[in-house]
Design a protein around this ligand. Sequence first.
Ligand SMILES: [Mg+2]
Length: 234
Amino acid sequence: MLVLFDIDGTLLLTGGLGRSVMQQAGLAMLGREVSIEALQFAGRLDPLILTDLLTLNGIEATEQSLHDMRTHYVDRMTAAIATSGRVSVLPGAHELVRAVGELPGVTLGVLTGNYAETGRAKLAAAGWPKDAFEISVWGDESPNRPHSRDQLPGVAIERCSAVRGEAIPGEKVVVIGDTVHDVACARAHGCRAVGVSTGNYPSASLSKAGADLVVESLVDTGRVVRQLEVWMAS
Ligand SMILES: [Mg+2]
């Protein structure tokens, strides 16, 4: 079984760092204050957020402008993650990742809207070693355009199948995340979804989106692990 964790709002919080750094990155690139109030962050892919940032501020999002914006953002964000002390692990996250990783036959992964650089920096700041997750799928790895989270589980399944030398069916893949976008991307590939109502979306909306299990936090390690064992056996 492949178990894919979302990062922001699921494993850790960054205390609004993304929002403030995007403002700084916009200022650096455009030479003027940028408006970010209308930007939607939760559960979204970084390339989509940066595309919105450009267009909302009157800049056409081309391959070049997005590349430049990405550089401004990633450079500042990785530095801010390392030095700000604002990354905090969510309760139960380390314990659950450890417990799931110890289940026989489980491959651990992350599936996130972050670019690789910022995603890796966040995990490191939250105390996960580099090799804690064998499979990683980042926010700019959609094979088709436009970028969408719904494409990412397919990438994870391909990578995991290659590593394990066997095809992984969708029902043996679990996505654990805090937004309806995490749930939707799981459903798009016949994967199981565990919703965590740590803040961005209440339990009811995660259930309505089709989550197979909803928990209020990751503290109840036993409940999540028991459900994974049921799915592994089925
Ligand atoms: Mg999230």
